[in-house]
Ligand binder design. Structure first.
Ligand code: HEC
Ligand code: HEC
Length: 366
């Protein structure tokens, strides 16, 4: 097993600027939730591939422990490569945007939300977050970066922007995008894959068709493969009846057991309501980097293991396999997945390849 990435809030040559160092302090600060105890890193832990270390949960637990969200925490790693949401008319698909439904366009914009989300860090308002940061030991660093205008309580909007700007700067440091997986070294020609991993790679790029949405080569302008083309699709995942979110009171989940996650449609409804229904059930294609560390899988954490989700791709449309109906049947993609005709041994080969995408593989000696 490759050594997991550093998990501590320690000074690191990773951060080159005070803004990045400040971002690290905030990212790991567990005093910024109500009640205290939860930071960004609680749900996006370095040693868990910058996702939630609690693999038993379909959605993350909030600062109030009895509350969980309805979506599985995606990795914050490699998120700096996600482009802003836009429509690609040639491919007739939306591309980019952060969150599973692309509803925000930048890391700084994204960072505004978790602090105030009642099932996440649960602060009442921006003022409360600003007041907590003002009380933190790293205020001197804040002054160094933002000068006299730092965290002015009379201009909490500007103060809040300073906080999220620092977080975004930290998320853009190499610690979040190291490109140090076995597969990265294989692409550079410094490490060999095993015969099993190579069979998995061949399946990935051909028979299993994974590369169609999760490209295994670097796109123009990118330093390495992202394993996502940042488009949206409905791969046909069922409702996750084991999600504790379904049992939350109406103040937090107004639809109760009838809750349906329409994904991208909720975002498109805000600016193009006439075409929102076409996007129902579609979610952003996630990166496959660090999968070994980020279970469970899918937007609602339906799949507990990689073998489960690979078997789903392979057999979703094979009646004997007995998969439950998709949560949003109308838009399911039946062309590119669902009946891949792989044997059990081929499924295992594919999983072996996916396990080569974990960062922190020992750098090869030349
Ligand atoms: C309680 C768990 C939790 C906490 C705390 C939390 N997040 Fe998240 N994060 C999530 C979940 C769940 C999502 C997906 C939500 C959605 O798609 O609607 C997410 C999404 C993201 C994304 C988008 C990734 C992508 O692929 O689009 C980033 C980046 C991120 N969080 C960073 C942060 C930062 C920065 C903080 C601290 C300010 C934070 N998170 C705090 C659970 C958490
Ligand atoms: C048509 C596009 C498409 C194809 C082809 C495709 N995927 Fe996906 N993949 C997606 C989308 C979209 C999601 C997110 C869906 C959701 O959560 O509802 C996803 C999610 C995943 C996840 C979950 C990752 C996480 O962090 O939760 C894994 C693992 C995965 N895909 C692996 C594969 C493999 C292996 C193949 C080939 C057998 C494959 N995908 C083929 C679009 C695709």
């Amino acid at each position: 097993m490759p050594a997991p990435a550093q998990n501590v809030n320690s000074a690191s040559p990773n951060e080159r600027t005070d803004l990045e160092r400040l971002g690290r302090k905030i990212y790991f600060d567990t005093s910024l939730s109500t009640p205290p105890g939860q930071s960004c890193a609680s749900c996006h832990t370095p040693a868990a591939g910058f996702a939630d270390p609690d693999h038993s949960l379909s959605g993350s637990r909030g600062a109030i422990k009895s509350r969980t969200g309805f979506r599985n925490a995606p990795t914050a790693a490699y998120a700096k490569f996600i482009p802003p949401l836009h429509y690609d008319a040639d491919d007739e698909t939306y591309v980019g945007g952060l969150f599973w439904d692309g509803r925000v366009n930048s890391l700084a914009e994204q960072a505004q939300f978790p602090f105030l989300n009642p099932v996440e860090m649960h602060n009442p308002d921006q003022q409360a977050v600003v007041a907590k940061v003002r009380a933190a030991e790293y205020m001197p660093l804040f002054h160094k970066v933002f000068g006299a205008a730092s965290l002015n309580p009379n201009n909490h909007q500007l103060a809040y922007q300073q906080i999220t700007k620092a977080i975004a700067a930290f998320e853009q440091t190499p610690r979040f995008s190291p490109f140090t997986s076995k597969f990265d070294y294989y692409l550079k020609g410094t490490v060999k894959l095993t015969a099993k991993e190579l069979r998995g790679l061949a399946l990935y790029n051909d028979k299993a068709n994974c590369f169609a949405c999760h490209p295994s080569g670097a796109a123009a302008g990118q330093p390495g493969p992202m394993f996502t083309d940042f488009t949206y699709d409905n791969i046909g995942i069922s409702k996750n009846w084991s999600s504790p979110y379904l049992k939350l009171p109406p103040s937090l989940n107004p639809d109760g057991q009838n809750f349906v996650d329409y994904g991208l449609a909720n975002t498109v409804a805000k600016f193009d309501p006439d075409h929102a229904a076409e996007q129902a059930g579609r979610f952003k294609v996630p990166t496959l980097r660090n999968l070994a560390l980020t279970a469970p899988y899918g937007h609602n954490g339906y799949f507990k293991t990689l073998k489960d989700i690979v078997h789903f791709y392979n057999t979703r449309d094979v009646p004997a396999a007995g998969w439950p109906e998709s949560e949003v049947p109308a838009t399911v993609n039946h062309d590119e997945l669902g009946d891949l005709g792989m044997t059990d041994a081929e499924e295992n080969d594919l999983v072996a390849f996916l396990l080569t995408l974990t960062d922190g593989y020992p750098a090869p000696h030349r």
